[in-house]
Ligand binder design. Sequence first.
Ligand SMILES: *[C@@H]1O[C@H](CO)[C@@H](O)[C@H](O)[C@H]1NC(C)=O
Ligand SMILES: *[C@@H]1O[C@H](CO)[C@@H](O)[C@H](O)[C@H]1NC(C)=O
Ligand SMILES: *[C@@H]1O[C@H](CO)[C@@H](O)[C@H](O)[C@H]1NC(C)=O
Length: 127
Amino acid sequence: MGKNVNFTLLTMLYLFIYIVASPNSTIDKNALLAFKAQITSNPNKILAKNWSQETPFCNWIWIGITCGKRHQRVRGLNLANMGLGGIIAKEIDGLSFLRSLIISENSFYGFFPDEMGNLSQLQEIEM
Ligand SMILES: *[C@@H]1O[C@H](CO)[C@@H](O)[C@H](O)[C@H]1NC(C)=O
Ligand SMILES: *[C@@H]1O[C@H](CO)[C@@H](O)[C@H](O)[C@H]1NC(C)=O
Ligand SMILES: *[C@@H]1O[C@H](CO)[C@@H](O)[C@H](O)[C@H]1NC(C)=O
């Protein structure tokens, strides 16, 4: 009995996540824009121009961003060696499907925000 109820609840939860959360790329875009806002040094102004609010971001329309095949959610953030400096915005935890974060060979400083602990799918970090 209890097991069945749990199973039903779990199924409903997955359905909820699938329908409501997954296709909503607005959350990811806001997270990325917040991340960009904390980058105080961007010598070539690459992100300033390229990460434009008006465009979609998946699949290298925004430089460094890769998304899942089925959902327009960020899976990979690869900004290695782009001359970026600043802190890492706590809003990065909005990227709840993030698997790979590569920001090596830049000048980020400070600590990873605690909120990154919420990124349950994160498997790879290069800093
Ligand atoms: C997507 O997320 C944004 C920001 O959290 C929210 O305002 C919007 O209503 C959501 N849209 C859908 C379709 O869930
Ligand atoms: C951002 O840069 C990439 C790679 O240079 C380019 O393909 C893309 O069109 C640019 N996106 C925007 C919105 O300018
Ligand atoms: C994310 O992490 C922060 C700090 O560890 C915590 O306070 C917050 O409740 C978490 N948010 C979610 C949505 O899990």
